[in-house]
Ligand binder design. Structure first.
Ligand code: SAM
Length: 159
């Protein structure tokens, strides 16, 4: 289970208190249709380690499986689409690393379980590249990255 507070200093300075799974589920149930829609576009401007984004990705991927399990090409295209439409910002670099990795693991576990030996490195590389651009370390108030450059997001078009 994820700890909700990493340190008192971070909680005071950055308001860093992570949301528990039960609360995340209850809140996403309020927007159930959108949370399950494969291409619904989501931006979390203070995403932390991804409590909400992880659950949204799981729900989107469940929809992908329900709709496209019989068609490997469509499964693959839509599982990438589910990932492409999720965006996150957090001011703490370590949170961003953890969030990216967690989203990748969720996506890759689903992809590997579905495609088995057909699961290819090219598709995995595409997923990693999307996450490196969509999940960004920066300040959501100034919209500047931690390196001072403006935060910009790619509007990915379906392939
Ligand atoms: C209350 S926590 C919520 C994290 C996550 N949404 C969750 O529910 O678990 C607030 C988050 O905002 C981040 N944060 C604080 N100031 C920020 C800013 N100016 N821009 C982006 N993120 C910020 C913190 O690092 C922390 O991860």
């Amino acid at each position: 289970m994820t700890k909700q507070v990493k340190s008192k200093e971070r909680a005071v300075k950055y308001g860093e208190v992570f949301t528990g799974k039960r609360e995340v589920d209850a809140m996403l149930d309020l927007v159930k249709q959108e949370a399950e829609r494969i291409d619904s576009r989501v931006l979390e401007p203070a995403c932390g380690e991804g409590a909400f984004l992880k659950e949204i990705l799981k729900r989107k991927l469940k929809t992908v499986k329900e709709k496209y399990a019989a068609d490997p090409r469509e499964y693959r295209r839509n599982s990438i689409l589910a990932l492409k439409s999720i965006y996150g910002i957090d001011i703490m670099e370590d949170n961003i690393q953890i969030c990216r990795q967690a989203l990748y693991d969720i996506w890759n576990d689903a992809f590997t379980e579905y495609a088995k030996e057909q699961a290819d490195e090219q598709c995995r590389e595409e997923a990693r590249s999307i996450l490196s651009k969509n999940i960004v370390a920066g300040d959501a108030l100034t919209m500047l990255q931690n390196d001072g450059l403006p935060i910009t997001f790619t509007d990915w078009n379906p392939a």
